[in-house]
Write a protein that binds this ligand. Structure first.
Ligand SMILES: [Zn+2]
Length: 75
């Protein structure tokens, strides 16, 4: 993929941190191979990467580490 689907901007390969919401749960993937639009910031994942993330979430693979996430509810 060379250009952004939305804005036709330039898309570059990058390893990013991706936050995945799973119902009330939050899963963070680090070092995720992705392609990011330099113009609008849209992130693209390959089907292989999406499948790896799906398997990690559904298969309950033990995570490499866990972090506490502070939650603030605004009035
Ligand atoms: Zn874009």
């Amino acid at each position: 993929m060379k250009t952004c689907y939305f804005c036709q901007g330039e898309v570059v390969k990058k390893r990013i941190r991706h936050v995945h919401h799973w119902g009330d749960e939050l899963v963070i993937f680090e070092n995720v191979p992705s392609e990011v639009c330099t113009q609008c910031g849209e992130v693209y994942f390959s089907p292989e990467v999406l499948e790896m993330m799906d398997k990690a979430t559904l298969g309950r693979t033990p995570p490499d580490k866990s972090v506490a996430v502070p939650v603030f509810s605004l009035p």
